[in-house]
Design a protein around this ligand. Structure first.
Ligand code: P6P
Length: 339
């Protein structure tokens, strides 16, 4: 095997994290260990997804409703439990906040030594699971502030997204990819199943300032405010735009990260806050996209400046190339250009 191929196969996730963290000191070891646990969770979930169609009872609904009022998929529960299990053994994470759990899950044996909180959406886009279309996991790491003795995790509701120290996602697609940032750029790893390792495949990913893709569910057109409809009319009428929408956030964001453009999940007249959750969907992705030179906005405020009112608070999301996010904002903020 040529030497460079061997070197490539040796740039594993844990080695890369440690390399990035040379200036982080003790935190470096912690973050490297946490990222390793996330990689283990990703491998366990990827394995289950790959065989879901063959394993009795792996697919379909549990019959329960989650805190979001959504029907729970068996895969949602499995993936949520995987994250809990891998972090129980980690000694590092004291609290887990998940889309699938109404309240935080505490790991007492790790508290208060475990200074970190994991916020995650274990399987995002689970409506795609039964039809074998890509889904993802989204995660963010924050440092716990205070001892949280009353178990209300009030520190999470006093800080904005700039309190995140790491964020990323796993894309379960034709290949399983883990994309992360710890504040030193955005890096992508591809799972090599023959090694059982995530190997570095793209380093220091940068978004172009503009891209041709706009990614939004136009089925909601008549539920939007007029300025947003004007934006859609603008991209319909102007050359150089193309629509791509997969209905699963991680895959849609991954496309924007690599090809540029803008993803939108705006609010509607009835639900001005939109559908996506701030703490474990919009904020981690905003952290990542900003690290790659892009932007993420609610339409009127940077996502990373938003302080959540509640654990499962939602926020509108406009995210991607900075010029394309700015164009959407110019319509929403009524500075619309001539259509
Ligand atoms: P809609 C999946 O249910 C999800 O939470 C995201 O993954 C995705 O971006 C969005 O909802 C899709 O919502 O209303 O377009 O089906």
């Amino acid at each position: 095997i040529p030497e460079q191929a061997l070197d490539r196969d040796c740039m594993t996730l844990s080695r890369h994290v440690l390399q990035q963290l040379h200036s982080f000191g003790a935190e470096a070891q912690d973050l490297s260990a946490i990222m390793n646990r996330i990689a283990l969770a990703a491998k366990l979930i990827a394995r289950r997804l790959t065989r879901a169609g063959l394993v009795a009872g792996a697919l379909g609904f549990t019959g329960e409703m989650n805190v979001q009022g959504e029907s729970v998929k068996k895969m949602d529960v499995y993936a949520n439990d995987v994250f809990i299990s891998v972090f129980k053994q980690s000694g590092l994470v004291c609290r887990l906040a998940s889309e699938e759990m109404e309240n935080l899950y505490y790991i007492p044996e790790n508290c208060p030594i475990g200074r970190y909180t994991l916020l995650y959406d274990p399987i995002d886009g689970s409506s795609n699971v039964d039809i074998n279309i890509n889904v993802g996991s989204i995660f963010a790491i924050r440092q716990q502030e205070g001892l949280d003795e009353d178990g209300t995790a009030s520190d999470l509701l006093q800080n904005n997204g700039r309190n995140q120290i790491a964020a990323g996602y796993v894309l379960y697609g034709p290949s399983t990819m883990l994309v992360y940032s710890i504040g030193t750029g955005v890096h992508a790893f591809t799972l090599d199943p023959s090694l059982g390792e995530f190997i570095l495949s793209s380093e220091n990913i940068r978004l172009p300032d503009h891209g041709s893709i706009y990614s939004v569910n136009e089925g909601n057109f008549w539920q939007w405010e007029e300025p947003l409809r004007d934006y859609i009319r603008y991209v319909h009428r102007h050359e150089g735009y193309t629509a791509r929408y997969g209905g699963a956030l991680v895959g849609d964001i991954h496309r924007i990260l690599f090809q540029g453009g803008v993803f939108l999940y705006p609010g509607t007249v009835k639900k001005p806050e939109g559908k996506l959750r701030l703490l474990y969907e919009s904020a981690p992705l905003a952290y990542l996209i900003e690290q790659a030179g892009g932007r993420a906005s609610t339409g009127t405020q940077e996502i990373l400046d938003v302080v959540p009112e509640a654990l499962h608070a939602r926020s509108p999301l406009i995210i991607g190339s900075k010029d394309d996010v700015a164009l959407v904002e110019s319509f929403i903020q009524d500075r619309a250009r001539a259509v």
